[in-house]
Write a protein that binds this ligand. Sequence first.
Ligand code: PGA
Length: 252
Amino acid sequence: MVNKKIKTKVYPNSKSGSKIFAKSLVNEINEVLFKKKYCLISIPTGNTPTDLYKELIELYKKKKISFKNILFFNLDEFYPISKDDIQSYNYYLNEKLFNHIDIPKKNINMLNGDINENNINSHCISFEDKIKRLGGLDIQVLGIGQNGHIGFNEPGSLIDSKTRKVNISDHSLSIISNEFNNKNEIPKEALTMGVDTILSSNKIFLLAWGKTKSTIIGKTIKNKITKNIPATYLKNHNDVTFILDKYSSSKI
Ligand code: PGA
């Protein structure tokens, strides 16, 4: 394995980091759209990107960006879950981003947590095929779990993994459980883009804010590539930037 350098940008806090990153993301997208008709992008859910979404909506209102030619592919989704469930990532993305910008519905490609078990394989294969057919992801934005997961590629995930159904680790479940009112309703599985799917993107940005992410960010940057910390696989990519604040970067 190659072990390339991860670039880092450190901001005073998540608010200023999100604001500056939103502007540079918009520039990146516009640069892609200058060269070709569509920009394929994937962005994460969770707590990390909420300010980023707000900033993107502001930039859209100021006409700094149109999302009409953006093809969106989502990173992960719980399984099983209805897309109308307020805990689903489908619902979350609609509420926090898509309902506020001009992205056409047909450009939104979501992993479907509601799909029949028998159809999961073909659903994941056609998700992957669509990305490939359209020329691959231009930009992948990630969060990171405290255990080093990217998407729901939990520790143990392989570098050549593709979009698939996975078990959510106990560690992640214990963190997610804070967000579910009814603990019996927490899905134990998820659909996620694979590590290979993520690495096939042209550019990758990973966002992490706050002290709770400092240990895993430190380990990811300092450790060799290991399946125990899936985020270390990003060292295999030519163009990865970690967007951090002074707290999450305190151990690098
Ligand atoms: P968070 O989740 O943004 O809610 O911290 C990140 C992740 O688990 O990938």
